[in-house]
Ligand binder design. Structure first.
Ligand SMILES: O=c1[nH]cnc2c1ncn2[C@@H]1O[C@H](COP(=O)(O)OP(=O)(O)O)[C@@H](O)[C@H]1O
Ligand SMILES: [Ca+2]
Length: 510
């Protein structure tokens, strides 16, 4: 009797202990989850900002970037927050309006001041890079170029940011930083080698090439086959990024941006005329009068200069794609090459390798022509689009595209044909390789261009070595904490059950 009472008391006790323990563990788990969710939130991110002004030949654009300070050496973390196009022409055309530079810059710089929190203004680096327009001016009139750059620096210093320099970048830098931007945004620099692909095949880490078309220059940059890296050392750049070596080919063709190429074409076309030029690259019914001084003031057209008895020319459109293509073909001299292969004008070009991202005017023009969304984006498709587009009368086009700037609209036939000629005759993209060119404007909301790569380099955000991997993320931490707590609870309950059960069993057996 005593024994039965005793064992019932024990059973009742162990049941209560189990209930109390189970309840306590349940509360503990809820508390852990609550603490994990509320207290273990990551510290408020320390965001850094940077501003780059791309002072192009046709206009200036301002890009505002942001990135978490603690992740700055990772790839792909810098994001473009905003951008702003400065109203007016490029800075190389501002020589007569130097006193207006502050007004010229102010709208976009004020936007940057608004987008970046005031507490960060003083430590936000600002860089200005001027490209081919200033390169040309510098070659033509060094003093004037210096005056403009000094004035630009003086103007930018009036804003509350940390101006780290305004300078004219070289064509090689422009090409290289465009290549860095594309590959950074696509995460190519940190592609891991997989266990089954543990070889030294040079194609296993393929980066994308970069094709940039501006108004005054155009750049081609890519990682060629290893054997092709020795022929022309002046075209080679060597990088050590995230623990890997890259040998990159680049060339910048000054005067082959689309605006200077048009001037070259006109300067050549005028030869032997009486001042009236019937031009197949402009639409039927289109007319434009140009000053000869505007055509010949750039050094790009000097090779076609002659004394003319007229100081203006009249361009009369004669829309015809095939004739336009033939006239542009003449701008690319492919008759001599002292290397194993050349693009044009005797410039070395290794065998094309991998995919290419084509941006800036490559994209603007082909986007307008609806080629970027074409299902069969090859050379023949583009030729057919252009054949149809160039033959359309100017009046009809103007009515259809009321919202497009007349200057751009009138030049899309020329520009599209120029792009096709440059890729085909200039860089030798064939039917087979054409589909490796991808026309792009943005990758994950960041504009593709040299400016991001320029900032990454100047802020030392691309390390030579692969950054060490980070500890657990917040969500993984919470998950693991709850998971292991649950295992612990199950183990303790099981242990209690096993620890208590034998006492009845032993008793029953006895
Ligand atoms: O919406 C557009 N449609 C057509 N062309 C455009 C548009 N926006 C910009 N462009 C052209 O893109 C080119 C940009 O050149 P940029 O000013 O960057 O010169 P750069 O890189 O040679 O210094 C210019 O030829 C400009 O006219
Ligand atoms: Ca540009």
């Amino acid at each position: 009797m005593e024994d039965t009472k005793d064992s019932e008391l024990k059973r009742c006790c162990s049941k209560n202990i189990l209930i109390i323990l189970g309840f306590s563990f349940l509360i503990a788990i809820i508390a852990l989850i609550a603490v994990g969710m509320t207290q273990n939130k990551p510290l408020p991110e320390n965001i850094k900002y940077g501003v780059v002004l791309d002072a192009g030949s046709s206009h200036t654009s301002i890009y505002i970037y942001a990135w978490p300070a603690e992740k700055e050496n990772d790839t792909g973390v810098v994001r473009q927050l905003d951008e702003c196009t400065v109203k007016g022409p490029g800075i190389s055309k501002q020589a007569e309006y130097l006193d207006d530079l502050e007004m010229y810059m102010s709208e976009c710089m004020e936007k940057a001041m608004h987008v970046i929190p005031q507490s960060h203004h003083q430590d936000t680096p600002v860089y200005l890079g001027a490209t081919a327009g200033m390169r040309l001016l510098s070659a033509e009139n060094r003093t004037q170029a210096r005056i403009i750059m000094d004035k630009v620096t003086h103007t930018l210093n009036k804003f509350p940011f940390d101006l780290r320099g305004a300078r004219i970048i070289t064509g090689e830098e422009e090409g290289a930083y465009g290549w860095i931007t594309i590959n950074y945004l696509m995460g190519e620099f940190t592609q891991k080698s997989s266990w089954f692909n543990f070889n030294t095949d040079e194609n296993s880490f393929e980066t994308s090439g970069a094709l940039d078309l501006g108004g005054a220059s155009t750049q081609i940059t890519f990682q060629p086959f290893l054997n092709d890296t020795y022929e022309s050392p002046k075209n080679m750049l060597y990088f050590y990024l995230y623990g890997k070596y890259y040998s990159v080919y680049t060339h910048s063709f000054l005067c082959y941006g689309k605006d200077q190429a048009l001037l070259q074409k006109l300067a050549k076309g005028i030869q032997g005329t009486n001042g009236i030029l019937y031009d197949p690259c402009f639409h039927d019914g289109y007319e434009r009068v140009m000053n000869m001084s505007d055509i010949f003031k750039t050094s790009c057209t000097q090779k076609f200069y002659m004394a003319y008895p007229f100081n203006q020319i009249k361009i009369i459109g004669a829309g015809n794609y095939d004739k336009c293509y033939a006239s542009l073909h003449e701008l690319f001299n492919t008759s001599f090459c002292f290397y194993s292969s050349c693009s044009f004008n005797g410039v070395y070009l290794p065998k094309l390798k991998g995919n290419f991202g084509a941006f800036s005017a490559f994209y603007y023009v082909l986007e307008f022509l609806n080629f970027t969304s074409s299902e069969v984006p090859n050379k023949d498709t583009l030729a057919n689009i252009l054949r149809e587009f160039c033959s359309r009368p100017w009046n009809e086009l103007k009515k259809q595209y009321k919202n497009i700037k007349e200057n751009y609209l009138s030049e899309y036939c020329f520009a599209g044909t120029y792009i096709l000629t440059l890729l085909h005759k200039g860089y030798h993209f064939t039917m087979d390789t054409w589909n490796r060119v991808h026309f792009m404007d943005k990758i994950q909301n960041s504009s593709v261009g040299w400016s991001l790569g320029y900032m990454l380099n100047l802020t030392n955000m691309i390390p030579a070595e692969q950054p060490v991997s980070r500890p657990l993320s917040n969500s993984t931490y919470v998950f693991l904490m709850v998971f292991f707590s649950l295992i612990l609870v199950v183990v303790v309950i099981l242990a209690l059950l096993i620890f208590h059960k034998p006492s009845y069993i032993w008793k029953d057996i006895a």
